[in-house]
Write a new protein. Structure first.
Length: 187
C-alpha cells in the first residue's frame, strides 16, 4: 500500500493511520478540517475561504459596474432643464431652489452662472457645513444664512463654519435651455 503524501509536515504529536481496514486519518494533517479553521497558528487560507472571497469580489465587481462597457455609477442621474439661457445675466449668480420653483426633477438647490460664449457653470447651492441653501451677495458670491459661511462666486470656501468648497455640478446648454446633471447618489 502506498504511503500518503502531504504538503505540510506531520506534526510530531499527530499520527496518521491508513490501512486496508481503517480509513482513519487525522483531519488536521490532511487539511480536511481546514474549512473549520483547525490549523492553529497557521496563516493558511482554506479553499472554502478563498472561493468565498473570490465570489464576493466577483459579485461586487459586477454590481459595481466594473464590467467592460458599463457606464460609471454617475450615469444613474439625469439632465434637468433649469432655465432658459437668455434668463441668465452674464457673470451674475442665480440660485434656483426646488422649494421655491416649479422645476420638475430638481432635487437640490443649484446656483448657475453664465459666462461669455454661453458657457454656464453650476454649483450645488447647499452649504457644505449643514446643508442650508446659500444665498448670493450682489450676485457675485455666496453666504449661508444659517452660520454665515462665505464662498466665492466659483464656490471656493472663504470663511465661516463650512470646511469645504461648494460642490461643482455638470451643466450644459441644450436647445437654449440650461441643464444640470442631477445624480441622486450624490445627494
Amino acid at each position: 500500500m502506498a504511503t500518503p503524501t502531504y504538503s505540510q509536515p506531520i506534526p510530531e504529536d499527530r499520527t496518521v493511520t491508513a490501512d486496508a481496514t481503517s480509513s482513519s486519518v487525522d483531519p488536521e494533517v490532511t487539511g480536511e478540517a481546514d474549512a473549520q479553521g483547525a490549523h492553529e497558528g497557521c496563516n493558511c487560507v482554506s479553499r472554502r475561504s478563498f472561493l468565498t472571497g473570490a465570489a464576493v469580489v466577483t459579485a461586487t465587481a459586477l454590481v459595481g459596474g466594473v464590467v467592460a462597457g458599463a457606464e460609471p455609477a454617475a450615469a444613474a442621474g439625469k439632465w434637468v432643464s433649469v432655465t432658459n439661457l437668455t434668463s441668465l445675466k452674464v457673470n451674475v449668480i442665480r440660485v434656483f431652489d426646488p422649494n421655491n420653483t416649479n422645476i420638475r426633477g430638481l432635487d437640490r438647490p443649484v446656483a448657475l452662472t453664465r459666462h461669455a460664449r454661453n458657457v454656464v457653470t453650476a454649483l450645488d447651492a447647499r452649504c457644505t457645513h449643514q446643508g442650508c441653501t446659500v444665498g448670493t451677495k450682489a450676485g457675485k458670491s455666496f453666504v449661508c444664512p444659517c452660520h454665515y459661511s462665505t464662498f466665492s462666486g466659483t464656490g471656493k470656501r472663504l470663511g465661516g463654519a463650512a470646511k469645504t468648497n461648494l460642490r461643482t455640478l455638470k451643466a450644459r446648454v441644450y436647445k437654449g435651455k440650461v441643464q444640470v446633471f442631477i445624480n441622486p447618489a450624490t445627494f
